[in-house]
Design a protein. Structure first.
Length: 239
């Protein structure tokens, strides 16, 4: 009896079909993540070229809000935080709030970008860690069924034992074959994620330094500033 003849023919065959599905999911997510990281890398490269070619932080606001990409969105969050601060008084206490607000906005946007890049990696990690055990479960179940068949047949010859048990061991092999690529895919994209987050951290520090140099004020058209989610305009007290 072939283990792949029907998903419902036996428990071990169902386990193998499940593992095949896991493999399809792993390679599908790997393809999606490759496209995602390549696209974001190209977007950030284009943004950095235009941002650092600008003559000032003011003039860099336009490409920051026109171009897509994680670095551009980090810049947008920074400009939004500065725009909110510009509506308040300019005494020393509010200048400190400018710094805290900008630092918090940049850090929160980097966290959002990291969460977006992490999408799908938890699934791949789960597949890599559970596939060997699922395969082992199929093997154990197959061996149990094989021993029951041998007992019912009343024969313990090598031909009678080797066939069913050998077929049951296929599930463990398939589980390992599915887990190894999943672990490699997860580790590779986790590394790419850390590198991207480090680049965003570096850019956020550079943006903060430029904002500090300009006293946390950017003289651009108000329409350019579109506060991100989580930023609210200060509520003015009734006079």
């Amino acid at each position: 009896m072939s283990l792949l003849a029907s998903p419902l023919e036996s428990v071990e065959s169902a386990v193998i079909w499940l593992l095949v599905g896991f493999s399809v999911v792993t390679w599908g997510l790997a393809l999606v993540k490759v496209v995602q990281f390549v696209r974001l890398k190209n977007q950030d490269k284009r943004f950095h070229q235009q941002f650092w070619a600008a003559s000032s932080l003011d003039s860099a606001a336009e490409p920051s809000h026109e171009l897509p990409g994680p670095a551009a969105r980090v810049a947008q969050a920074g400009y939004a935080a500065i725009a909110v601060g510009d509506n308040q008084a300019n005494d020393l206490s509010h200048a400190i709030n400018h710094q805290d607000r900008l630092e918090r906005a940049l850090r929160q946007q980097i966290v959002r970008e990291r969460r977006s890049l992490e999408t799908g990696l938890a699934v791949v990690a789960s597949i890599g860690s559970t596939s060997p055990f699922i395969g082992l479960f199929g093997t154990v179940w197959g061996i149990m069924e094989a021993l029951k068949g041998i007992s019912a047949a009343g024969s313990a010859s090598l031909e009678t034992v080797a066939g069913p048990i050998g077929a049951a061991l296929v599930a463990t092999g398939v589980g390992i074959a599915v887990a190894v690529p999943a672990v490699l895919v997860y580790n590779y994209f986790l590394r790419r994620l850390k590198l991207t987050a480090a680049d965003l951290d570096d850019f956020a520090h550079d943006f903060y330094s430029l904002a500090q140099k300009s006293a946390f004020r950017v003289l651009v058209h108000p329409a350019v500033h579109k506060p991100q989610a989580g930023f609210t305009q200060p509520v003015k007290e009734a006079s």
